[in-house]
Design a protein around this ligand. Structure first.
Ligand SMILES: NC(=O)c1ccc[n+]([C@@H]2O[C@H](COP(=O)([O-])OP(=O)(O)OC[C@H]3O[C@@H](n4cnc5c(N)ncnc54)[C@H](O)[C@@H]3O)[C@@H](O)[C@H]2O)c1
Length: 435
């Protein structure tokens, strides 16, 4: 029995013959078989507040992705009589409807497929569901990809945010919570003080630059149009349901396959990590107790280097790594990112005044995460083999290893039979139609 129900999505030429492109096409609409998805734990946060009188219909963009799916499950299941949750997602390569399948029978949950860069999609969903509150998570979120595909990051993260803000302004909302990242502050030198929300933004890679640019648009809409905005800047988030392109799930899946961990550069950069269940509680807190116009850091004290992640996972998997020879068996250093911030460090005092602090220690959260990927990591998204390579290349929902992508024919060569055929057909149709 196959673990997933998935339509045949291999690329086909116009004549229906399968084209071999040496790639994987992920289908976010693939459903795990009933027997399997029912075994998955229903993961959400732990907070519950007095529901807000002026919030009823909540749009969550990026709801089939990692962090937003946790938030969608939390809101839908914690406030069933108060909030209607509309998950809005383009279903990009990293998304899967398995992330919210458990909610499909909940009367206060709806999924809408759409693109935040489409003003008409946004207008439609805001009107159809009489949206009063927006949580904006949807983004191109993977730094590694932003070095190769940066236009896509500007388009989704900056223009997409602009479209949402403009449509929200026209429609009128009571609250718009914009999810940003600690990466907008840029590199924080070792020993420097943790950064408060008033610190300047100094992004260093196309992803963080696009998130910082989106924040500028948010700030402009707050000043110009008094849109009721709150911005949230979180540390790195980890936990079950994260697409295994990010370091923690990727390394777990590599060890499960008894493959080497592909560590960028010398492995020394550190990140601070928040467990997914904890960020959901932080967002629930900000939603119910935060002040319009404010920016909140969601900050953890668990600062871990990439090398330490390797060691912690090798410990959990019971793989010896105390000698250089043992370590070499499991860790392979690869080329680094073109630029890799050494560390991010943010100060979470402001949010702590609203009553939030992280509950899950890194070691505890990592163990829960390993357990989940052990059971579901290989079946949740489809074939992730190419995702687990160093610097894979993604176009739409199609994924190559870096080497395979470099070996592809160039655009002009690839145009070949099918593309030229399409161009000729288009021209002939134009002629026939008298254009
Ligand atoms: N993961 C982290 O460590 C982290 C840390 C801080 C902030 N953030 C921010 O949190 C948000 C969510 O991050 P994540 O890690 O869950 O991301 P993710 O990549 O897992 O999910 C992003 C989702 O957005 C959807 N999406 C992409 N483009 C879209 C479009 N044009 N229209 C509609 N939907 C679209 C995707 O299909 C996907 O479901 C992002 O804004 C990210 O910048 C993430």
């Amino acid at each position: 029995m196959s673990a997933v129900e998935s339509p045949d999505l291999e690329p086909r030429a116009a004549n229906g013959v399968k084209k071999r492109r040496n790639s994987t096409i992920l289908n976010p609409r693939s459903y795990l078989t009933t027997e399997l998805w029912k075994q998955a734990p229903v993961l959400k946060g732990s907070t519950r507040f007095e529901p807000l009188a002026d919030a009823r219909n909540i749009l969550v963009t990026g709801g089939a992705g990692f962090i937003a799916c946790w938030f969608v499950r939390h809101l839908t299941l914690t406030y069933p009589d108060h909030y209607n949750v509309i998950s809005f997602d383009k279903l990009d390569y990293c998304a899967t409807l398995n992330n919210t399948r458990v909610l499909d029978d909940s009367p206060n949950f709806t999924f809408e497929q759409g693109d935040i860069t489409s003003p008409s999609d946004i207008k439609r969903v805001l009107r159809k569901h009489k949206i009063d509150t927006v949580f904006h998570f949807a983004a191109q979120s993977h730094v590694d990809l932003s070095f190769g595909n940066s236009y896509q990051f500007t388009n989704t993260n900056v223009y997409g945010t602009h479209v949402l803000l403009e449509r929200a302004r026209e429609h009128g909302v009571t609250k718009f919570i914009h999810i940003s990242t600690d990466e907008v502050y840029g590199d924080v030198p070792i020993g420097a003080a943790d950064l408060a929300e008033t610190s300047i933004l100094a992004p260093t890679n196309p992803y963080s630059a696009s998130k910082a640019a989106a924040e500028m648009m948010v700030s402009a809409y707050r000043s110009s149009f008094k849109l009721p905005l709150i911005t949230v800047r979180s540390n790195n988030v980890y936990g079950p349901h994260q697409f295994p392109e990010k370091i923690i799930p990727k390394f777990i899946m590599l060890l499960q396959r008894q493959s080497k961990l592909l560590l960028h550069g010398d492995g020394s950069p550190t990140r601070r990590y928040v467990y997914a269940g904890d960020i959901v509680d932080a967002l629930d807190t900000i939603f119910h107790k935060g002040t319009i116009g404010q920016i909140y850091n969601i900050a953890s004290k668990d600062e871990i280097s990439n090398t330490e992640i390797c060691h912690k996972l090798l410990n959990i998997f019971g793989l010896p790594h105390s000698t250089p020879a043992e370590l070499e068996k499991w860790v392979q250093h690869t080329e680094d990112r073109p630029f890799n911030d050494q560390r991010y460090a943010t100060d979470g005092t402001k949010l702590s005044h609203l009553g939030w602090s992280p509950k899950t220690s890194f070691d505890e959260g990592l163990k829960i995460t390993v357990d989940w990927y052990w059971r579901f990591g290989e079946v949740w998204w489809g074939d992730i083999s190419r995702v687990l390579t160093s610097f894979p290349v993604v176009e739409g929902t199609e994924i190559w290893t870096k080497e395979e992508h470099e070996a592809l024919p160039s655009d002009s060569e690839e145009g070949g039979v099918e593309e030229n055929g399409t161009v000729w057909m288009k021209r002939a149709l134009e002629r026939l139609n008298g254009a």
